[in-house]
Design a protein around this ligand. Structure first.
Ligand SMILES: Cc1cc2nc3c(=O)[nH]c(=O)nc-3n(C[C@H](O)[C@H](O)[C@H](O)COP(=O)(O)OP(=O)(O)OC[C@H]3O[C@@H](n4cnc5c(N)ncnc54)[C@H](O)[C@@H]3O)c2cc1C
Length: 476
């Protein structure tokens, strides 16, 4: 057995990727593992917390059954009976009508406006006559595959809202990562697989823990700590030190405000790529610094409206592609965990994509709550119950933005970081990937797998894993 006893491993960031890394490393008995997180609580964007006594997530979070079997098995064994398999029961506004989401054939046929449905069928028939785009961008590739109806009424307004960018300024990678069904035929195929008799055990369903989505990361973290991980919450990383091509350690600021330097054999970073480059001391080459300045993350304000009623609707989530309201999705947390408690109270969580320089970011809870009620009225979902209050949360790194040209910038940063010894970078924020939590787990276990005694990294194996990560497709 290899000797890891003196190997000092520091995992940066205690979101799902960092937690899963510490879990896998400690389970394998690989070295002295410390997990550093700036926030006072772990879980990152996948954490849960209470609002008015109701367990809430950062927007709609589901654990998708398409996850690798090993990931599902691990989560099942950590959560036991607390992991529920729930039917997806959402609605989307298309052509001014509510359609079940995920789409169901019978429902779509009866609820879509006839003209809209006819245009969709026309788009499918005309697909082979649409020209191959001269330039492959998000909009040209989607238009070619799906046609004008679904592009103009769903994807284009949705991405304008989500990324604050015109669809023709976004890279084709966004379509590859986020649009599972790139043709109307594939969308129909998906709908057919939802029919009774054709659907599998988990088709149209999702896993959800009784205590909120964050229970998954929480249970994994408890296991990692029980296996010997040293968890350091409220600890900010203020510098990452390198000597030439070798990362040697970091400086952290402890919760009591004192700074200390820590030597490491390997830093496993799940921090946002842009933050990592900024922390490097001495500074990264100018080209890398400039590339890091050229890429960006999209932020999000989550608005939690507390209502005096048992339930607002029976639906778990509502999707709003239209540009007339700035929120992209609304979820009702009680409907995710199938709880009826507490009685006489429910929470509606709205996802408002926005950056720190936009007006919504600095608005008070009350202002955002009033605006939210107005948007729901405009959408034909009037709030009749008494509003008991509003709470908000802000995520500065909700989504990496795939602007045209981002790939070149990412490659510049990634190529340089890959050459540094003593550092391994991954996770949704580290690899600038639109990944789900189950992808973050898979990445982390791969990372833990390539770590050798003394913090060495099996680079050939890591290259193979990185190729596999390219096939991750986001589930919504
Ligand atoms: C609105 C929304 C809905 C989503 N829905 C789903 C869903 O339904 N299903 C699903 O599987 N996934 C979903 N996701 C994606 C999911 O949240 C991510 O895949 C997951 O959280 C990624 O984990 P991570 O650890 O890579 O990153 P993060 O969760 O972002 O964690 C990174 C951690 O690093 C910490 N950190 C940052 N800087 C520092 C620093 N300087 N020092 C120390 N720590 C630092 C952060 O505080 C954070 O805890 C959704 C995401 C969003 C935004």
């Amino acid at each position: 057995m290899s000797d890891f006893s003196n190997t000092k491993l520091a995992v940066l960031g205690a979101g799902p990727a960092g937690i899963a890394t510490a879990y896998a490393l400690s389970k394998a008995g690989k070295g002295q593992i410390a997990l550093y997180e700036r926030a006072k609580v772990a879980g990152g964007n996948s954490a849960s917390f209470d609002v008015a006594g109701i367990r809430c997530d950062y927007g709609s979070h589901r654990f998708h059954p398409v996850a690798e079997p090993a990931v599902i098995d691990a989560v099942k064994s950590l959560l036991g009976d607390d992991l529920m398999l729930r039917p997806r029961h959402g609605r989307i506004r298309l052509g001014g009508r509510w359609i079940h989401f995920p789409l169901k054939l019978g429902d779509a046929l009866t609820h879509l406006p006839p003209a809209f449905a006819a245009s969709l069928i026309g788009d499918m028939a005309l697909k082979k006559f649409r020209k191959e785009p001269a330039e492959r961008t998000f909009s040209t590739v989607l238009y070619k595959g799906l046609g004008p109806t679904i592009s103009e009424h769903f994807y284009f307004p949705y991405v304008r809202k989500l990324w604050g960018e015109e669809p023709d300024h976004l890279a084709v990678k966004l379509a590859e990562r986020r649009v599972g069904s790139g043709s109307v035929g594939k969308i129909l195929g998906k709908m057919l697989r939802m029919l009774p008799g054709l659907r599998g055990e988990t088709t149209g369903k999702f896993y959800y823990p009784r205590q909120g989505f964050g229970q998954i990361g929480g249970a994994m973290l408890d296991a990692a700590v029980a296996q010997g991980t040293d968890l350091r919450l409220g600890t900010d990383i203020t510098a990452i030190h390198r000597d030439g091509n070798r990362v040697t350690g970091m400086t952290v600021k402890d919760p009591d405000g004192t700074s200390r330097r820590i030597d490491t054999d390997l830093l496993l970073s799940t921090l946002p790529l842009t933050t990592l480059v900024r922390l490097l001391d001495p500074a990264a080459p100018e080209a890398v610094v400039n590339a890091a300045r050229a890429i960006r993350f999209r932020g999000m304000v989550l608005i939690y409206l507390i209502l005096e009623t048992d339930q607002f609707t029976e639906y778990d989530a509502h999707y709003f592609p239209e540009i007339s309201v700035p929120i992209s999705r609304m979820s009702e947390p009680k409907n995710y965990s199938a709880t009826t408690e507490p009685r006489g109270r429910t929470v509606l969580c709205a996802e408002l994509p926005c950056d720190p320089d936009e007006k919504w970011w600095t608005m008070s809870d009350e202002e955002l709550g009033r605006a939210y009620v107005g948007w729901l009225n405009d959408l034909g979902l009037p709030v009749k119950a008494r509003v008991l209050g509003t709470e908000t949360r802000r995520l500065s790194h909700a989504y990496p933005v795939y602007d045209l040209g981002y790939e070149q910038h990412f490659r510049t940063i990634d190529d340089w970081l890959l050459k540094l010894e003593g550092l391994l970078v991954f996770g949704r924020q580290g690899l600038f990937a639109h990944d789900n939590t189950h992808h973050a787990f898979a990445m982390s276990w791969a990372a833990a797998d390539v770590v050798g005694p003394g913090g060495t990294v099996d680079h050939a194996a890591w290259t193979r894993h990185r190729r596999d990560f390219e096939h991750h497709t986001v589930e919504d």
